[in-house]
Design a protein. Sequence first.
Length: 376
Amino acid sequence: MPKFSLESIIRPNILSLKPYRCARDDYATGILLDANENSFGSVINSSAESLNRYPDPYQLDVKERFIDFRGIASVDNTFLGVGSDEIMDLLMRICCIPGKDKILVTPPTYGMYSVCAKINDVEVVKVNLDGRFQLRTDEISKTLSEVPNIKIVFLCSPGNPTGTALSHESIKAILEDVNLRGLVVVDEAYIDFVSEEREGSVAEWVEKYDNLVVMQTLSKSFGLAGIRLGIAIANPFIINMLNNTKAPYNINLMTSQVALSALQPDAIAKMRSMVSLIRAERAKLLSSIANIPSVANILGANDANFILVQIVDGNGKPSNDRAQYVYKQLAEKLGVVVRFRGHEYGCEGSLRITIGTPEQNEALLTKLREVLGESF
Ligand SMILES: Cc1ncc(COP(=O)(O)O)c(C=O)c1O
């Protein structure tokens, strides 16, 4: 349990906010003439019902199915956002006073935490991961004690671009750190891709830690990046702050209808079988890349649906020049687009490669061998 009040993390203007209420919060059935919708219907004939109506502000049906799927105690522990990206932004707006408060991130990590902080005029404090892409808990603790006003610590597990899940012990150490005076946000966008024998989600810890927020998403394992649905799992007080601050109807009707289908048992089974295929392809791709002579190392623990490949020079040293050359040749001459990540801390010379279908991975390997073989 944190040794500070949750209220102390929240900006005073948010704490005293009276959320927008509509008549439908009180009455949702009958002849609905309360919200200035088009009573004649909509211009689109859609399989989605009631496109002319505003969607449910709280999306209880989707939440019920989600908590059932993840084994979370209550819908009061969940919030739905327009992707995890919206949740990140809301958390910063709820907790961080612009120009005063700060967040802590652990590079190399997902770039949106810093982009979002910049948009909100929130300073970013950095404590790099160690050589195995794990948390340096002592260094984080020291920073928390020395730097005032750190309101959120963003941890990414499995990390992007590291592809490495953080140890539970280290996450716990941050949550229990005596110097912590803020939220710990664990971004679990890639959690379903972690192998069963490794440590999984920390979502159920929200029962114990009031200041823990776990973010998940339907964008990755469910293959639904297009519908933009992210989920925050947290203490009901934090969920309430998120609800009070969000736009009234942030989750649109088509998103919630697709999400309801995605959280049915048959679709969940399909997600699990896709995840198994992706894990198997990941293993195959890793062993093939390991056999490309002397030019590529693998970085990280490969817990996500991508791998991080380091391109080295003739002396075995990581090389951004070579990596950038490979990146461009692949994209411009060979039609395969990967991501150059060589400017991220600890990732010199690296390319992040999403696991594709077997055919896509074969094509990638052929083309990677072609560029690496012919050029160096
Ligand atoms: C670590 C991490 N978190 C969050 C996201 C964004 O998720 P969403 O699509 O739910 O906004 C991504 C997307 O690449 C990601 O890599």
